[in-house]
Design a protein around this ligand. Structure first.
Ligand SMILES: Cc1cc2nc3c(=O)[nH]c(=O)nc-3n(C[C@H](O)[C@H](O)[C@H](O)COP(=O)(O)O)c2cc1C
Length: 217
């Protein structure tokens, strides 16, 4: 790579996508359910996704329009009623998540097609997927349009459902071994989270003491 790096403004969008999505890895995956105007449950995965803050509890989704410039079903449904459920994807749900990315015709429910069972939510009308390790009931807070084909949706998480045994509610500790989330690498490549290591956060005083000890050794 040249010393000056790669200027993103000089890349075409496809190469920009490849570079950014190859560099910023892994990305979590939101499997999002919404309701269409006839009450059918739509489900689709989104990896332009992350948690943004806890007070308020905000998540962000990057919603790209279809090649014909029309909004995806998820986008249309969230525009209409402002409600959605984000499901985290674990190893067991990965195949169904991928099936939900098939370009089913609008109005066809991915949830019905894949046979995923749903259960009612509490704070939103959109049902959640029973098989998900975590389901986050969300309401739209803000939509930012950065181009005619790309919007950034900011949603507030109203309620979190966790599968039995995944959260110790006494201290809100999540059991990562039991959770087994997957992340998206690039294209059709995914990663498991089985190789976890710890790095302790130090105060400046602790850091000085430790590095001084190393110098003295
Ligand atoms: C792992 C994965 C991540 C994806 N991430 C996004 C994303 O962040 N934004 C997006 O617009 N589409 C994304 N897609 C594509 C949508 O899931 C796909 O277009 C889907 O058919 C949209 O469904 P809908 O029209 O029912 O909303 C992703 C697909 C996969 C498999």
């Amino acid at each position: 790579m040249a010393d000056k790096g790669i200027s993103l403004r000089e890349l075409d969008p496809r190469d920009r996508y490849k570079l950014l999505c190859g560099v910023i890895v892994p990305r979590p995956i939101a499997l999002v359910t919404t309701l269409d105007e006839n009450g059918a449950v739509n489900a689709a995965p989104f990896s332009f996704f992350n948690v943004f803050s806890e007070s308020p509890a905000l998540i962000v989704l990057g919603l790209q329009h279809k090649p014909d410039h029309s909004p995806k079903d998820t986008t249309r449904n969230i525009h209409r009623d402002g409600e959605f459920v984000v499901h985290m994807v674990d190893e067991a749900l990965s195949g169904a998540m991928n099936d939900c990315a098939v370009d089913f015709p609008s109005g066809d429910s991915e949830v019905a097609a894949t046979g995923l069972a749903t259960v009612p939510s509490v704070d939103v009308k959109v049902p959640r997927l029973a098989a998900a390790p975590f389901a986050l009931e969300c309401r739209r807070r803000l939509v930012l349009n950065f181009s005619p084909d790309r919007e950034l949706l900011i949603g507030e998480v109203l309620r979190v459902h966790g599968r039995d045994g995944l959260v110790d509610e006494a201290n809100m500790y999540v059991d990562l071994e039991a959770y087994r989330p997957i992340g998206r690498m690039f294209g059709n490549l995914y990663t498991t989270q089985r190789d976890i290591f710890a790095l302790s956060r130090e105060s400046h005083a602790q850091w000085l003491a430790r590095t001084q000890e190393l110098k003295d050794a």
